[in-house]
Write a protein of this length. Structure first.
Length: 377
């Protein structure tokens, strides 16, 4: 599994704290540095491609990869040709989708596109500081379809209030969400991801919240939106397979599913994380350091950090990732990992955990509060 981070965005979205910069003047040096990192970490890449795991995916995220030029995609095509058998995903922003981009992606071998729609409501989109509007998202989706993509994932966001100081009527927010769900279902993408908006300290929204200029909607509203999401998507033929992910039959994301199974992966580019089974390594979110190290060979400052996981880290992570998935985890595995038997029994008896055959999982109606269930374990 390979993840590549393209760390450039044209503008910053209100809620986002992913690492990116708006100065695209550095793209040429970034591409050179990326080639440097690919060559420096060739043995890890080779090791993964020779492993018996059948998860040989390539996921290009960001940032905004759809802003990248031909050279970046040339590098991606050669990475895919060498290491990716199967799912090759690129994230795109609706505003960047043109017939030219669609052809470029097809020529590179991309077979799955993930597009951040977030909402079909123009007021919400402006409040999020997204570059596109609702009509633009639909136009982009159609271009991708006409260009031959038959595996498209669309993202939506719920759990926010676009009115100044968060003063919307919650019934209106619920009906706006119903409209978003109706629109996305009518497009029939193969995969839908829906995330609850959080307030990230480093984001513009985080600053507004700190100044008292933003109030989150109530937990009750977010729970009602989540329930509506589950019901409407299930009725439309989507199967929920993780807290935030829904797919038509045969279209689960192989790349993300492998993360939840703790399959080793390599992340390339500033801010990207890697995992080899015992050790986590992350490139620092600093494009200057990244370029200095991998392009100009200035090895005086390391652009990455790492940590060896101890048995407690592995225990916590296995439970956390396993119970995110609707199918949960093997009961015998969880039994070995649970340190507080009383909590486990209590969660089972109150229905927060369910056991069927040799699997233990959080029932769908409790997934909205899965964090607290997992924390207890
Ligand atoms: S949401 Fe995507 S496009 Fe918006 S700032 Fe974050 S990475 Fe960039």
């Amino acid at each position: 599994m390979i993840y590549v981070h393209f760390p450039f965005c044209r503008t910053f979205c209100t809620y986002c704290d992913f690492y990116s910069v708006t100065d695209k003047g550095k793209e040429k040096e970034y591409n050179e540095a990326l080639l440097g990192e690919i060559s420096a970490r060739k043995s890890f890449l080779d090791l993964m491609s020779s492993s018996s795991s059948d998860v040989k995916t390539l996921y290009v995220g960001g940032g905004t990869p759809s802003l990248a030029g031909g050279k970046f995609f040339e590098i991606m095509a050669s990475l895919a040709a060498r290491y990716c058998v199967g799912e090759f995903t690129v994230e795109v922003n609706p505003d960047d989708v043109t017939p030219r981009l669609v052809s470029l992606l097809r020529e590179c071998g991309v077979n799955r596109v993930s597009m951040g729609v977030q909402s079909f409501n123009d007021v919400s989109l402006r409040w999020m500081n997204r570059r596109h509007n609702s009509a633009g998202a639909i136009r982009a989706y159609r271009l991708l379809r006409e260009g031959g993509f038959d595996n498209i994932s669309l993202d939506l966001i719920f759990g926010y209030d676009p009115a100044p100081s968060g003063t919307s009527d919650e019934a209106d927010l619920l009906s706006l969400w119903r409209e978003d769900l109706t629109r996305i279902i009518s497009l029939e993408p193969e995969h839908i991801s829906a995330y609850q908006m959080g307030i990230e300290a480093e984001s513009l929204l985080g600053c507004r919240a700190q100044r008292g200029e933003y109030n989150e909607p109530s937990d009750e509203l977010c729970a009602a939106q989540y329930e509506m999401l589950q019901q409407m998507l299930e009725y439309a033929g989507y199967c929920q397979y993780e807290i935030s992910n829904f797919a038509k039959k045969g279209f689960r994301s192989k790349h993300n599913s492998a993360y939840w199974e703790r399959v080793p992966y390599i992340g390339l580019g500033p801010g990207a994380h890697s995992f080899d089974g015992r050790c986590r390594m992350w490139n620092l979110s600093d494009i200057e350091r990244y370029i200095a190290y991998y392009h100009y060979n200035d090895h005086s400052v390391l652009p990455f950090e790492s940590e060896e996981l101890d048995s407690e880290d592995i225990r916590v992570e296995t439970i956390m990732l396993g119970l995110r998935r609707c199918e949960g985890m093997e009961l015998s595995v969880l039994n070995d990992l649970v340190s507080d038997r009383e909590s486990f029994n209590r969660l089972c008896s109150c229905g927060a955990l369910a056991i069927e055959g040799d699997r233990v999982f959080i029932p769908k109606e409790r997934l909205f509060v899965s964090d607290s269930v997992i924390r207890e374990l």
